[in-house]
Write a protein that binds this ligand. Structure first.
Ligand code: MN
Ligand code: MN
Length: 446
């Protein structure tokens, strides 16, 4: 046998793509960029996925509803997660084919008591969400998205907040210190260049003209008057609100050849978009297919919208009930692709990677057998047989793919939702798109 037959060599996708393929990729990316701009939070993404699914014949499904092969259904979890399913010809006893991506992305959350006035300016205090380099979030335009629940005549009303995404909208910003005065700041560790308590968002400076002798904070008052006019809220409504700041720039092409997409939230909306597009065009599958869009992956998958909750299990139990099949049998016969991004090799930081075991841009989707850190801690180490089978399916379907791991051994590490699905006795493997600048306000994919 020749070395070509015996060796595993990574190959760039460009050797295999026709001009038609390349055109198809660009067209597909246009739809993806629109999805990204619409879906900067998990809530927005859930609405967008439900809207696109409905346009392709999916219906909201409850456990009292009927089910027939070919049916297309979805279920939303507390506005922050969603699952789509297409019912297959086989009984649920044969298991389902799962794909799981997450919709949340690192960002800056507004705190429960956020508003204050300081030296002629008003600010929101924040608590950052997920693993960010805090210094990357200063001096860039931010927009405000989320939901406020206000009580009207004894009834709770949800009000959507979305400021900064329209060209005429104002935007927000976290300030940084000018380099002229930053001698001390520049000697700090990168984790402390901007401290957690320093991520305060500038939101206004004009004092209220309301005559209110008891009030010494006239700028804060003006902000509350504005919010009350716009959303009917008082300061106490921040206590329950879910508001966050996300980058106020839209997805764009990067490079003379437009070969990259730069955008906020590729992790993991690039996998969410692709699994959504695959599922909404899925017709009469042999096995029931279920695609999951989870929340809270960036903070450990906890809570009732994270992948560690029972939401998936209960949904599958509901699907299996009409077939008289116990959910444990469904799970044990199920297979799952945990679709999450991988860290693409970056020559500027070559030292963090081990080239032989890392993923590269343009070398296709990355299969990750195991994740974890410090000796594979917290990993879903996919078994050899299922790994081999998935790789064979990719080859057979002529998919451009590569194997990869997250950086050098002992360099750091991370996990995905894979371990929470595999602990339900489901064969699960990680697969996803390589990303540069992961968790930065602007991430890059090819
Ligand atoms: Mn991710
Ligand atoms: Mn992430």
């Amino acid at each position: 046998m020749t070395s070509e037959q015996l060796f595993y060599d990574k190959k760039t996708g460009f050797d295999r793509l026709t001009d038609e393929d390349k055109q198809g990729i660009q067209t597909y990316a246009e739809g993806y960029k629109k999805f990204l701009d619409e879906s900067k939070t998990e809530r927005d993404a859930v609405l967008e996925i439900a809207r696109m699914a409905e346009s392709k014949g999916f219906r909201a499904w409850t456990r009292d509803d009927t089910l027939r092969p070919g049916d297309k259904i979805y279920r939303i979890n507390r506005h922050k997660g969603i699952m789509l399913a297409v019912i297959g010809n086989q009984s649920l006893a044969e298991g389902v084919r799962l794909t799981a991506a997450h919709l949340d992305a690192p960002r800056v959350d507004i705190r429960t008591v956020p508003l204050y006035e300081d030296n002629g300016m008003a600010f929101f205090k924040t608590h950052y969400y997920g693993g960010i380099k805090k210094y990357q979030w200063t001096a860039i335009p931010l927009e405000l998205r989320g939901v406020v629940c206000v009580c009207e005549n004894g009834e709770v009303k949800r009000v959507q907040v979305r400021v900064g995404d329209k060209p005429t909208d104002p935007k927000f910003v976290i300030t940084d210190l000018l380099p002229h005065l930053a001698t001390e700041q520049m000697t700090r560790k990168a984790t402390e260049v901007i401290k957690g308590e320093g991520l305060n968002i500038l939101i206004g400076s004009v004092p209220s003209e309301t005559v209110d002798e008891k009030c010494s904070e006239k700028i804060k008052l003006a902000i509350m008057e504005h919010l009350n006019r716009e959303y009917g809220m008082t300061e106490a409504d921040f206590l329950s609100a879910e508001l966050c700041c996300v980058p106020a720039f839209n997805a764009c092409d990067i490079g003379f050849d437009r070969s990259f997409v730069g955008a906020y939230g590729h992790d993991d909306r690039v996998c969410a978009y692709t699994e959504m597009m695959a599922e909404i065009d899925n017709k009469n599958p042999e096995w029931t297919s279920v695609v999951i869009f989870a929340d809270k992956e960036e903070v450990g998958s906890d809570g009732n919208t994270g992948m560690h909750s029972r939401f998936l299990e209960y949904f599958l139990a509901d699907l299996a009930e009409p077939y008289g099949v116990p959910v444990r049998r469904v799970l044990s016969n199920s297979k799952c692709l945990s679709a999450d991004v991988s860290a693409a090799f970056d020559p500027a930081f070559a030292d963090a990677y081990e080239k032989q075991n890392t993923s590269f841009l343009n070398y296709g989707v990355c299969v990750v057998k195991y994740t974890g850190s410090g000796g594979k801690g917290g990993t879903n180490d996919c078994n050899a047989k299922f790994t081999s089978k998935v790789c064979a399916i990719l080859d057979e379907a002529n998919v451009v793919w590569q194997i990869g791991e997250l950086g050098k051994v002992d360099q750091g590490g991370g996990g995905t939702v894979a371990k929470f699905i595999s602990e339900l006795d489901v064969d699960t493997i990680d697969i996803g798109v390589p990303v540069l600048c992961m968790h930065a306000p602007m991430e890059i994919i090819s």
